[in-house]
Design a protein around this ligand. Structure first.
Ligand code: UDP
Ligand code: MG
Length: 317
């Protein structure tokens, strides 16, 4: 029986400070799992610092390390997608470069997988390493997303998980180019187990996700997996139409009983402003979806690989 190959897939964006600690901790942790061989697929997502030379250096020191250099910054979701395509392992684990997820947990994922699961989620015991604001907004996002979408995203689970070859092949075959990985992971399904762990603070550097980026990320998630925001306008429109009809009936009756009086200017003005605002929001929501249709329809690749380094990918190409 041949040994299992584990691929650790790691996106790197301006992580020069994390890299030395990263390899120093991850390689021993993977070597400690004596039932698997491993490769580390590092995707350089257009870093502007010394990340690429440091990764190339790592591939020369250790043949189990490979580096994929993207032609520019495509964002974490695309970098992760690239890594999943490049990974050759029988089991694949996406992992962050900043060591917020302790590498020792990988061994727990592997032993859970041996029990016969296709996906093993690494679930955070708590979010104490995140700021108060991030905890609140993340909680709100999951509640809203899971209310609106048919595919439920498990709370407190990031990209860190173990997937078998079948699961990864299924993900790689999904046609969409706008990739909300958490949602896609949940969409493919398969027999899933969970392992709980404690998430740490970053070892070095700062988070690459600002509040605005996270907001857009949340919009991406909801518009990728739900059409409820589109459909709700039908019901809202009905509600407004029915209340307008009732109000009209009331006015007719009042005029018949009390005679004609001159209505206020303020009420007309307020309702005018209110309904123009509501209509613009509605158009905005439709615009979100049309924008997505537009971007999908171009059928551009998710990412562009500039060059591959390490382990039998011809270095001089
Ligand atoms: N990352 C990436 N491309 C980007 C932003 C981030 O490849 O455009 C990588 C980053 O280097 C790290 C992982 O994605 O390995 C998670 O990023 P980060 O730790 O900043 O996110 P957080 O943990 O704060 O959600
Ligand atoms: Mg992080």
């Amino acid at each position: 029986m041949s040994r299992t190959l584990l691929s650790l897939v790691v996106p790197f964006y301006n992580e020069e400070d994390s890299i030395p600690v990263f390899f120093a901790q991850v390689i021993p942790a993977l070597e400690a799992i004596d039932t698997v061989d491993f490769e580390i697929v590092c995707v350089n997502d257009g870093s502007k610092d010394r990340t690429l030379p440091l990764l190339v250096n790592a591939t020369q020191i250790d043949a189990r390390v490979r580096a994929i250099d993207l032609s520019r910054n495509f964002g974490k979701e695309a970098a992760l997608s690239a890594g999943l395509v490049e990974a050759r392992g029988d089991i694949v684990v996406p992992f962050d470069a900043d060591l917020q997820d302790p590498p020792e947990v990988i061994a727990q994922l592997v032993s859970k997988w041996r029990e016969g699961f296709d996906v093993v989620l690494a679930k955070r015991a708590d979010r104490s390493s995140d700021s108060y604001m991030k905890r609140q907004s993340a909680g709100g996002f999951y509640r809203l997303h899971n209310k609106l979408a048919d595919v439920k995203i498990p709370e407190n689970v990031g990209d860190f998980r173990l997937m078998t070859r079948e699961v990864v092949d299924t993900l790689n075959a999904l046609p969409e180019s706008r990739r909300f990985m958490k949602g896609l992971f949940a969409w493919v399904g398969f027999r899933t187990a969970e392992v709980t762990y404690v998430r740490h603070a970053r070892v070095a550097g700062t988070t690459k996700f600002s509040g605005w980026k996270l907001w857009n990320f949340a919009l991406e998630g909801i518009t990728s997996f739900s059409t409820v925001p589109l459909r709700m306008w039908t019901y809202f429109g009905l509600l407004v139409a029915v209340s307008a009809f009732l109000y009209a009936a009331y006015l007719v009756i009042r005029t018949m009983v009390r005679g004609i009086d001159v209505p206020g200017y303020a009420s007309i003005f307020v309702s005018l402003l209110f309904f123009s605002g509501v209509q613009m929001i509605g158009i905005g929501v439709i615009g979100e979806y049309i924008g997505r249709i537009y971007l999908e329809s171009k059928r551009r690749p998710l990412y562009v690989i500039r060059r591959r380094y390490g382990n039998d990918s011809s270095e001089e190409s």
